[in-house]
Design a protein around this ligand. Structure first.
Ligand code: PAF
Length: 283
């Protein structure tokens, strides 16, 4: 049976009853197959699974005083039914006042320079909001493992670094990107796309996969050409396309084990991100 905890006290009581290793899947709800994949992995590696559902205002523009936060898709009943069908043990779905009872926290976990590049350049403070809420969730649930999608490559790298820098006693488990049949990476934001916008958005996975194929064929990457393709695409506004090291997020010139092409675009008023690994021909 799935326990739904709305308060920290209820969460602590529910977690205290859980047997064996605990896997945590932090989410902001609007769950899709990508989240299902995180939960399946967590269920395979742990005795118990906790999923948090919390649309965290700290990681939005103006600390949530923005349309993106107000219009972020929320449907708790549907999400809980989905998680019940996956046999999740505990769902933690707190109100904002439960997580931040005194309004904004005084003490934050700062993502540092890693949080200022790429996504962070367009969304100042975003990753400070993410690290602060994830640190709270780690303290509240005390999981043995926590699961994060590779689609949010920068978030994953920053959280791995936070765990190392602040000595959190848990394992971070990255989970590969889930794509729709058309190639678009699964995201809660895809719900905002009209059919036409979704069609236009496909230039993102196609451009990234062309880069991956060039890398695998040993051809020069032509990142500028890829940027030009995205900039010229109908209905699309390019935010960034960079090749970086997956762990440090610093730019790299060569393809190799850690090289990642990361990109963000706006389409139909929705911001989408995606990435692919760039491996050389021998890999
Ligand atoms: O990736 C997300 O959904 C959020 O950034 C997270 C990790 C749940 C923190 O609010």
């Amino acid at each position: 049976m799935t326990v739904v905890a709305r308060t920290i006290a209820q969460l602590r009581a529910a977690v205290a009853e859980l047997p064996g290793a605990v896997g945590l899947v932090p989410t902001m709800g609007a769950l899709h197959d990508g989240h299902g994949q995180l939960v399946s992995l967590a269920a395979g590696e742990n005795t118990s699974v906790v999923v948090s559902i919390f649309v965290n205002p700290l990681q939005f523009t103006d600390l949530g005083d923005c349309d993106d936060y107000r219009h972020y898709p929320r449907d708790l009943d549907k999400d809980v039914a989905f998680l019940e069908s996956l046999d999740v043990d505990v769902v933690f779905a707190p109100a904002v006042e439960e997580m931040y009872p005194d309004g904004l926290p005084q003490v934050w976990v700062r993502a540092g320079e890693m949080g200022e590049r790429l996504e962070g350049a367009s969304r100042p403070g975003h990753f400070d909001g993410v690290t602060t809420v994830v640190a709270k969730l780690f303290h509240l649930v005390r999981p043995d493992r926590a699961y994060f999608g590779e689609k949010d490559a920068q978030q994953l790298a920053i959280i791995q670094r936070m765990v190392a820098d602040l000595d959190f006693d848990l394992q971070i488990r990255p989970v590969p990107i889930i794509r729709g049949a058309d190639g678009l990476a699964e995201s809660s934001r895809n719900q905002h796309l009209t059919r036409q916008a979704r069609e236009q958005a496909l230039v993102l996975p196609r451009t990234l996969s062309a880069l991956r194929e060039r890398a695998a064929a040993g051809q020069p990457l032509d990142v500028e050409g890829a940027r030009a393709t995205l900039s010229a695409a109908a209905g699309v506004e390019l935010d960034h396309l960079e090749v970086v090291d997956a762990a440090t997020l610093l730019p790299v010139d060569e393809v190799g084990a850690g090289a990642l092409a990361v990109a963000a675009i706006h389409v139909g008023g929705t911001r989408l991100i995606d990435n692919v690994r760039l491996l050389p021909p021998s890999a």
